[in-house]
Write a protein that binds this ligand. Structure first.
Ligand SMILES: Cc1cc2nc3c(=O)[nH]c(=O)nc-3n(C[C@H](O)[C@H](O)[C@H](O)COP(=O)(O)O)c2cc1C
Length: 205
């Protein structure tokens, strides 16, 4: 799947909310960006704090299968149904939140599910990030940006970058005019194939 060849009619967005509190700054910023998407593009929203996934158990190198919970199955289905996945995680200790990280850890499990072809199916889709942070210096979000870029690169995905906003108490991000302005055009950005540092531009893979 290559999202740049898709028309709006073929696209669908999954917003994965990773905050540990409801109605937080990250979600407000993600919704401000999502409002600008064409009405015909379906949006699904999932809040990882509701019905949270249990800690990921690494059974990749064990024989047999391990039980798949309903929530895991739902998240796996939603992930594979979306052409565009938006990780909306607050900045926690300079990276993604634990809820978000756990969801991404499950991707490693899905990579090993026989017949699922997770890696092949994720290739060409687009990963985006939205994050709110209380510190003013946006360079401090580099760890989160790197984690998402490299995850996209590993899976052969496109990466649209991270929409950053400033705020501590819920709602404060609305005062960050720069972030709200950036939100208006965020999803219009080019989303090139993600690359690891030092990787050459080789086009499609
Ligand atoms: C566990 C935790 C860790 C945090 N770590 C950082 C951090 O490293 N840098 C930062 O700027 N803000 C940090 N913050 C502040 C949050 O990023 C900020 O309050 C943000 O608005 C929370 O987003 P939310 O409202 O969507 O939950 C942290 C907050 C918590 C609860």
């Amino acid at each position: 799947m290559t999202t740049d060849r898709l028309t709006d009619a073929d696209r669908s967005f999954l917003f994965v909310l990773g905050s540990s509190r409801p109605d937080g700054n990250t979600e407000i910023l993600a919704r401000a960006a999502a409002e600008q998407l064409p009405a015909g593009i379906p949006q699904r929203w999932v809040d990882l704090a509701k019905d949270p996934l249990p800690d990921f158990q690494d059974g990749r190198h064990e024989d047999g299968t391990w039980p798949v919970g309903e929530r895991e199955e739902e998240l796996r289905r939603l992930t594979l149904e979306a052409t565009d996945i938006v990780i909306a995680s607050p900045l926690y200790w300079y990276t993604v939140s634990a809820n978000t990280k756990r969801y991404l850890d499950y991707w490693s499990g899905w990579l090993g599910v026989p017949g699922l072809d997770f890696k092949k199916r994720m290739a060409g889709r687009t990963l985006w990030g939205v994050t709110a942070m209380s510190e003013e210096d946006e360079v401090r979000a580099d760890g989160l940006i790197t984690a998402l870029n490299h995850s996209a690169a590993y899976l052969g995905m496109r990466f649209g970058g991270v929409l950053l906003g400033n705020g501590s108490r819920p709602g404060q991000v609305r005062n960050d005019e720069r972030a709200i302005t950036r939100a208006k055009t965020f999803f219009e950005r080019e989303a090139p194939l993600a690359r690891f540092p030092g990787e050459e531009e080789t086009g499609e893979r």
